[in-house]
Design a protein around this ligand. Structure first.
Ligand code: SDX
Length: 427
């Protein structure tokens, strides 16, 4: 793979070091620095700004051009032409399914949507007002107790059944977290509904009356699931890969991914966007400008939530589709949401402001998603839960890809800045 070399010279080191350079199918070349350890050197890259942690064929992002490909297919085409279950198949197996493969996969997912009845008892340990992400973290990790002894991560079929169990059960557990919060009885999943319909049914159906699926909501929900499905080596996916590299079972790894996603700098941003729009209050120029100024103020920790991205230095292609979906859903529902007006005005002002322009800060996937979810009656504390339901396919596909190839336990080093060795003081 390496036919090119990088040559490194280090002051004080009386030799040059040659390092292999590899090219992928798309994107930047990489310098293989693994040989530096033998030379008594480490690389230093806090936050992994320029570090590729692995090889992967699942998702490609071109941050400069605002391109996102899943197994080569552009996200905007998938979001408009495909559906979430088909995208799950594509991400996990690498190719689009034919009709028979799709039917079989969809049926396998449907037949694993129920959780063991004992899982219901997990919820009783939480306060009713527990954040549903805390419940999700705990209950998904607890799934390991039911499957740990019945799977071998080194057997491909065991990995696939674990992936299907997770894809299938995440919406059920997510909806249970919501029902527990609102004090309503849990709903069993229904195999006659598709993935998005089933999630909405489990969320909003009550024993008192028949729940009618709103096709606008179901289509928007499926598209939101698709737009959040995978995103290369983001923080939570890297967490899942690191946990998986120790041989931990997939349920524990996904629970670790959920924990990492929860942060407001990552998947928690969608909830934070709605809180920010609430705080802004109205789309008056002075109110919006006040928040823009806060975001620019180095002494103020406030950041414009839903803006900026480690990789995208252009529009996040998912944000574009999300914005279109937002307009469609609100128009179909006849909702004139003042927060959408604030969001659009905020985006317009920010994109004309030198601070954001020179830093190439654009709306990301989280900027508009919350407005759609709110329009569907989903509470803000469920937004990141929905992100986690969707991202589970990304996490587990990366986990499966890593375990399908040779891999080593992830174990970074450091630049040590502590004390030299010193003796314990004599008493
Ligand atoms: C997701 O990685 C992924 O792929 C994530 C994700 C996925 O699908 O998995 O896409 C999902 O997490 C989307 C991002 C959601 N987070 C937010 O919307 C929170 C707000 N955004 C920021 O916190 C920030 O933009 C990050 C965390 C997303 C990215 O941070 P980086 O890459 O570390 O960028 P940075 O902080 O170095 O920013 C560069 C400059 C800094 O200013 P200077 O020091 O150069 O003066 O831009 C500024 C930052 O202060 N900046 C912002 C800003 N984002 C960056 N200033 C104000 N508001 C912002 N939102």
């Amino acid at each position: 793979m390496a036919d090119r070399k990088a040559t490194l010279t280090v002051d004080g080191l009386d030799k040059t070091i040659e390092l292999p350079v590899y090219s992928g199918s798309l994107g930047p070349d990489v310098v293989d620095v693994r040989g530096l350890g033998a030379e008594g050197l480490f690389t230093y890259d806090p936050g992994f700004m320029a570090t590729s942690s692995c090889q992967s064929a699942i998702t490609y992002i071109d941050g400069g051009k605002g391109v996102l490909l899943h197994r080569g297919y552009p996200i905007d085409q998938l979001a408009k032409e495909s559906n979430f279950v088909e995208l799950c198949y594509l991400l996990l197996f690498g190719e689009l399914p034919n009709d028979e493969q799709y039917a079989d996969f969809e049926s396998r997912v449907s037949n694993h949507t129920m959780v063991h009845d004992q899982i219901n008892n997990f919820f009783k340990g939480f306060r009713r007002d527990a954040h549903p992400m805390s419940i999700l973290c705990g209950v998904v990790g607890g799934l390991a107790a039911f499957y740990h002894d019945h799977m071998d991560i080194n057997v491909e079929e065991d990995r696939i059944i674990s992936a299907i169990r997770l894809i299938a059960k995440m919406p059920t557990i997510a909806a249970m977290s919501y029902k527990y919060n609102v004090g309503q009885p849990f709903n069993y999943p229904r195999n006659d509904l598709n993935y998005a319909e089933n999630f909405l049914y489990m969320m909003f159906s009550t024993p008192c009356e028949e729940y009618k699926i709103n096709p606008v909501y179901a289509k928007a929900m499926d598209r939101i699931f698709m737009l959040h499905a995978d995103h290369e080596q983001n923080a939570s996916t890297s967490t899942v890969r690191l946990a998986g590299s120790t041989g931990a079972n997939p349920f524990a790894c996904i629970s670790a991914g959920i924990a990492a996603l929860w942060g407001p700098a990552h998947g928690g941003a969608n909830e934070a966007v709605l809180k920010m729009l609430d705080e802004i209050g109205d789309d008056s120029e002075e109110n919006i400008q006040r928040f823009i100024d806060k975001a620019k103020d180095k002494d103020d920790p406030f950041k414009l939530m839903g803006f900026g991205h480690r990789v995208y230095r252009n529009f996040d292609p998912r944000a574009k589709v999300m914005k279109e979906t937002c307009d469609e859903v609100l128009a179909e529902l006849g909702i004139d949401d003042p927060q959408l007006k604030i969001a659009k005005r905020l985006e317009q002002i920010a994109l004309e402001d030198e601070y954001f322009v020179e830093r190439k800060l654009y709306p990301n996937v989280d900027f508009y998603s919350g407005i759609i979810l709110k329009a569907m009656g989903i509470p803000t504390n469920m937004f990141t839960v929905i992100f986690a339901v969707s991202r589970t396919i990304g996490w587990i596909s990366h986990w499966h890809e890593m375990l399908s190839d040779s891999y080593k336990i992830g174990r970074p080093r450091q630049l040590y800045t502590g004390h030299d060795q010193r003796d314990y003081p004599a008493k």
